[in-house]
Ligand binder design. Structure first.
Ligand code: AGP
Length: 613
């Protein structure tokens, strides 16, 4: 999705903006640009393509200044072209605007502005904003008032930032799209430029190497940032207090280090991520979350989950564990829930599972639930995210920043957190943890080392090579292995562009079996539960000549013997084996994609954080 950056007060705003854009590349984009206000008007440099290409363009343009905006565009309205790239300007070129989100009433506004004599140069919804501001300036308003009046005309979701040639400042606002504000007060007198520098961005990693002090802006906030300070007001202009918070993520967390890809680094980080998710939450045989008091779930009669993509698969895993503990739980694709919500009542808790906390579909589903009076909870990775701020309660998965578009460590951290949550809900509702809790909590404490040995001993690379020339790839599993099969297929198709599908093993014979041939390998995920039935499914596909690759713990000898190849995982609690199997499937996807020379961290057409519905 689009990425916004702004830098105010830096000696060389352009270099800060470019760093920000590079750090936001993981969000997915197809064009990039910057605008700088430097006392000689507003200079805009932008183009379709990668940030590297923008850098080349800038090297021959000698653009400088202390105040500027940057943008990476992920096309929604109009194809990726130079003209559609942001920033967008008004007719006079006195001001420039960047935007993330969708302006729903853009067609109507465009008609109105065209009627008033404005000339449009792009297909974007965004371009109405600079022309609206221009219109209000012509009406006699100052820059701030014109910006506020323009924003008041918009409906939809947006984070917007603006520079005007008459002011050494950036104006910005948000409504339903992420925008964070970084504060570096520059108090170090030894520094070459001891003044304050401020940043605006769609996500904290954009400016994390410059400051870890962040203000999480709220919907409706309008911020004016100048080199000598900033103020934050509501849409009517009344000052609002927003605390400056320090983020715990370090700049190293958002660097690739010695790895070729963020995805590979993040796969490797899973032992640490899992340990962080469990830390302090499973002591003396009791599950406790820092944010939830004892008895917090006593009135819960059922759990509804909403999520998208990988988070949806993690939610399916968590719902299975809840049902196994006697708690009714169902999972809904957030985009469906937002439009066709199922019946719910006072005993329902609506849980949004979202790594970023900014996925528009998930936010819309949670808002729908809230509007009907449901209690809402966010299970998210990002402190200060919209989901965390809007829900009644939040549980953080503590995975650390995930940059690769393909979610890896956050799936594992979500599953671990939801495993703990299932036990925690069960204790409040039933009065005790499940019978399996002692073994499960022991296995959770061993899980980081089990993931470590899965990574160290994996033969996923040679399996990827062996089956690299297949027509399609199928993944099957039962129980908690079913979401793992779905996730294995999603990961493979997402980064390798190979056709892949996941099925509940029992459903194969009801249709998908027609697709199975000797050139469609089938990955069978075994957890130690439902083994006989999984063996039946393996026989069904073997009889059609399909190679079978078991993803199984050592104790599943029968499954291994029925398969042509095995991706082994360590024995663990049956409810956690699926997570270990998923690590093998992440590696399989990674190696398949690298063998095909795919851009693993930035797959085509995809964005890390999907902030439009
Ligand atoms: C995962 O690899 C995908 N990139 C995608 O499916 C993602 O999980 C989905 O967009 C949900 O994101 P969220 O967890 O940030 O809400």
């Amino acid at each position: 999705m689009c990425g916004i950056t702004a830098a105010v007060g830096a000696d060389d705003a352009v270099s800060r903006l470019l760093t920000g854009l590079e750090n936001l590349e993981y969000r997915g984009y197809d064009s990039a640009g910057v605008a700088v206000a430097n006392g000689n008007g507003v200079e805009v440099i932008k183009r379709e393509g990668q940030v590297d290409e923008l850098v080349d363009l800038l090297s021959s343009a000698s653009v400088g200044g202390h105040v500027g905006l940057g943008h990476t565009r992920w096309s929604t309205h109009g194809p990726p072209t130079n003209a559609n790239a942001h920033p967008h300007t008004d007719c006079s070129g006195e001001l420039a605007v960047v935007h993330n989100g969708i302006i729903e009433n853009h067609a109507e506004l465009r008609d109105r502005l065209r009627g008033a004599g404005h000339t449009f140069t792009s297909d974007t919804d965004t371009e109405v904003v600079p022309h609206l501001v221009e219109e209000y300036l012509a009406d006699g308003a100052g820059v701030e008032a014109a910006f506020r009046r323009a924003v008041a005309d918009l409906s939809g979701s947006y984070a917007i930032a603006l520079v005007h040639e008459d002011e050494d400042a950036v104006y910005a606002t948000r409504q339903g799209s992420p925008l964070v504000f970084g504060v570096d007060e520059g108090t170090d007198p030894q520094s070459a430029s001891p003044g304050a520098t401020y940043y605006l961005a769609s996500d904290v990693p954009a400016f994390l190497e410059f400051t870890d002090d962040v203000v999480y802006l709220e919907d409706g906030d309008v911020v004016r940032v100048a080199p000598d300070g900033y103020d934050i007001t509501d849409p009517e202009g009344t000052a609002v207090e927003r605390p400056v918070e320090s983020v715990e993520w370090s700049p190293d967390d958002v660097e690739k280090g010695t790895f070729d890809h963020y995805m590979r680094k993040e796969i490797d980080e899973q032992p640490t991520a899992i340990a962080q998710a469990v830390r302090g939450r499973a002591e003396d045989g009791r599950v406790a979350f820092e944010s939830l008091s004892d008895g917090a779930f006593a009135d819960v009669e059922r759990v509804q989950f909403v999520a998208c993509g990988t988070s949806y698969h993690a939610a399916l895993y968590g719902a299975q564990l809840l049902r196994d503990r006697g708690i009714p739980a169902r999972v809904f694709l957030a985009s469906e829930y937002a439009t066709t919500a199922p019946p719910a009542d006072d005993g329902t808790i609506l849980v949004g599972v979202t790594q970023s906390g900014e996925t528009a579909d998930t936010l819309a589903a949670l808002r729908r639930g809230r509007s009907e009076g449901l209690r809402t909870m966010a299970v998210t990775n990002v402190v200060g995210s919209t989901a965390a701020r809007e829900c009644d309660e939040t549980v953080f998965i503590r995975a650390g920043p995930e940059i690769g578009v393909a979610a890896t460590k956050t799936f594992s951290s979500q599953v671990v957190t939801l495993t703990l949550l299932a036990e925690r809900i069960r204790r409040d509702v039933v009065g005790s943890h499940s019978e399996t809790a002692p073994e499960l909590l022991d296995a959770l404490s061993e899980l980081p080392s089990a993931v470590g040995s899965t990574l160290a001993d994996s033969s996923a690379e040679s399996v990827a090579e062996r089956y690299g020339d297949s027509d399609a790839y199928f993944f099957i599993g039962r129980g908690t292995a079913h979401p793992v099969a779905l996730e294995g297929a999603l990961k493979l198709k997402e980064i390798s562009y190979e056709h892949a599908e996941g099925f509940p093993a029992g459903e194969l014979k009801h249709g998908p079996l027609a697709l199975v041939t000797p050139n469609t390998p089938v990955f069978a995920v075994a957890t130690g539960a439902h083994t006989e039935k999984l063996l039946g499914s393996i026989e069904e596909v073997s009889a059609r000549g399909a190679p079978v690759i078991a993803v199984a713990p050592r104790s599943e000898q029968a499954v291994a013997e029925a398969a042509d190849d095995v991706l082994w995982v360590p024995d663990s609690h049956p409810e956690l084996v699926g997570l270990l199997a998923n690590v093998q499937l992440q590696l399989l996807s990674y190696h398949t994609a690298t063998l095909l020379d795919r851009p693993v961290d930035k797959p085509r057409n995809l964005a890390k954080s999907v902030t439009v519905e």
